[in-house]
Ligand binder design. Structure first.
Ligand SMILES: NC(=O)c1ccc[n+]([C@@H]2O[C@H](COP(=O)([O-])OP(=O)(O)OC[C@H]3O[C@@H](n4cnc5c(N)ncnc54)[C@H](O)[C@@H]3O)[C@@H](O)[C@H]2O)c1
Length: 340
C-alpha cells in the first residue's frame, strides 16, 4: 500500500539518497522537511522537485510550531528522521548546534509526532512508525576483532556521537513510556554521490584533482566500516516498512578499511582514470595532527538486519569507491555550487 513518508534532512547526503530511492522504487509520496543548513542542498534532488509525489518544506526541526503545521497539513503515514548536524570536526569546534538540532530537534519531532499519532484513527495509528536514523559512533571505540551488535553499550566519544546517543535514548524512552511506535537504525560510515565535500572521501577526491594536500589524521590507521549510500537508503526503507516496533537494527557494509588505505585506493583510481604526467596522486598525502578523542576502530555486525529483514549490501568497497570517484569527476559543478 502506497504511503506518505515524511523525511527530515532530505536535502542532505543520506536523506537525498533515501528520497531518490523511494521515488524511483515505490509508489509512495515524500514530504521533505529540511532547514537547508550549509549541509543541505536542493541541487542534490535535481529532477525531483517536478515529481508530483514530492513536496518540500523548508522548516527547522527546532521550530515546534512549524512542525505541528507540517504534520497537520501533510498527514504522513510514517516518519524517517535523518535531519542532524553530522560532521564530527564541526562538533568539536562548535557543539551547540549539535545539541540544538540533534537533541532538542529530535525531542521536538517526538513530541509533535506523538501528539499527531495519538489523534489518528485506529487504522492509520496502527500503521504509523517513527524511524530514527542514527550512527554506529554511539557505541564508541572497538578493539581489534570485536564488532558492534545491537546490544553493545553506548560509549560515545565526540560531541556529535554524544548528541546522537542522547537522541537515540529519547526515542527509546518514548517507546517505553508512551508506547509511541518507533524503530532505530545505527549505521556505519557512508560514502557515495552527493556527500558534502568536507567529509573524508569527497575531500580527498577534490583536493587530489585540484593539486592540494591530502590531509590524514595521525598515521591514518583509524578503521571505519564503509557502506555505499544507496545500499544504506535501501536498508532504511526495509527498516521503516518491515522493522519491528521498538527494535534497533545495525547497518553496515562489512568493509573495514584504515583511513590511509581509503586514501591510497582513491589515489590509485585517480592515477588510472586521470593520470598525472610525472607523479602519483599519493605524493600529495600529508599527515596532520590527530583529531582529539579520535576513535580507533568501528565495525558493525549486520547479522540481525540480514537475518530479519533480508538486507545485504550490493556494492563492495571496490565497486562503490570506483562509482564514487567517477561521480565526483563528472559532477564538479555540484561541488562548486554546494560549497559556495
Ligand atoms: N554520513 C554518515 O556516514 C552517517 C552514518 C550513519 C548515520 N548517519 C546519520 O544519518 C543522518 C543523515 O546524515 P548525512 O550524512 O546525510 O548528514 P548531512 O549533514 O549530509 O545532512 C543533514 C541534513 O539535515 C538538515 N538539517 C540540519 N539541521 C537541521 C534542522 N535543525 N532542521 C531541519 N533540517 C536540518 C541539513 O540541512 C541537511 O540537509 C544523520 O542523522 C546522521 O547522524 C550518517
Amino acid at each position: 500500500m502506497a504511503k506518505k513518508v515524511l523525511v527530515t534532512g532530505g536535502a542532505g547526503f543520506i536523506g537525498s539518497a533515501v528520497i531518490r530511492f523511494i521515488l524511483q522504487n515505490t509508489d509512495d509520496c515524500v514530504v521533505n522537511i529540511d532547514a537547508l543548513t550549509y549541509a543541505g542542498n536542493l541541487e542534490s534532488l535535481q529532477g525531483t522537485a517536478s515529481n508530483s509525489a514530492y513536496t518540500f518544506e523548508q522548516v527547522d526541526i527546532c521550530n515546534k510550531k512549524e512542525l505541528v503545521r507540517v504534520f497537520s497539513e501533510h498527514s504522513p503515514d510514517v516518519v524517517m528522521h535523518l535531519a542532524a548536524e553530522s560532521h564530527v570536526d564541526r562538533s568539536i569546534n562548535s557543539p551547540s548546534d549539535f545539541i540544538l538540532t540533534n537533541v532538542v530537534g529530535t525531542y521536538n519531532m517526538l513530541e509533535v509526532a506523538k501528539a499527531y499519532w495519538s489523534n489518528l484513527d485506529k487504522n492509520k495509528q496502527d500503521r504509523f512508525i517513527f524511524h530514527h536514523i542514527s550512527t554506529d559512533e554511539v557505541y564508541g571505540d572497538l578493539e581489534d576483532g570485536e564488532l558492534f551488535t545491537e546490544e553493545t553499550p553506548y560509549c560515545p566519544s565526540s560531541p556529535y556521537s554524544a548528541s546522537k546517543a542522547a537522541s537515540d535514548h529519547l526515542v527509546r524512552a518514548w517507546f517505553r513510556t508512551y508506547d509511541f511506535p518507533v524503530v532505530i537504525s545505527n549505521c556505519s560510515n557512508n560514502y557515495g554521490p552527493y556527500q558534502f565535500p568536507e567529509k573524508l572521501i569527497p575531500l580527498i577526491i577534490n583536493n587530489a584533482i585540484e593539486g592540494k594536500k591530502l590531509p590524514i589524521y595521525g598515521a591514518g590507521d583509524q578503521v571505519r566500516d564503509w557502506l555505499y549510500v544507496e545500499d544504506h537508503a535501501e536498508a532504511l526503507y526495509k527498516v521503516v516498512t518491515k522493522g519491528k516496533l521498538g527494535q534497533t537494527y545495525n547497518i553496515g557494509g562489512h568493509n573495514e578499511k584504515k583511513n590511509i588505505d581509503v586514501v591510497m585506493t582513491i589515489c590509485n583510481l585517480l592515477d588510472e582514470l586521470i593520470p598525472l604526467a610525472d607523479r602519483s596522486y599519493t605524493s600529495q598525502i600529508t599527515h596532520v595532527e590527530d583529531r582529539p578523542g579520535h576513535d580507533k576502530r568501528y565495525a558493525i555486525d549486520a547479522a540481525k538486519i540480514s537475518r530479519d529483514l533480508s538486507w545485504q549490501p550490493s556494492e563492495t568497497f571496490e565497486s562503490g569507491i570506483r562509482k564514487t570517484v567517477l561521480w565526483y569527476l563528472d559532477n564538479k559543478e555540484w561541488c562548486v555550487a554546494v560549497t559556495k
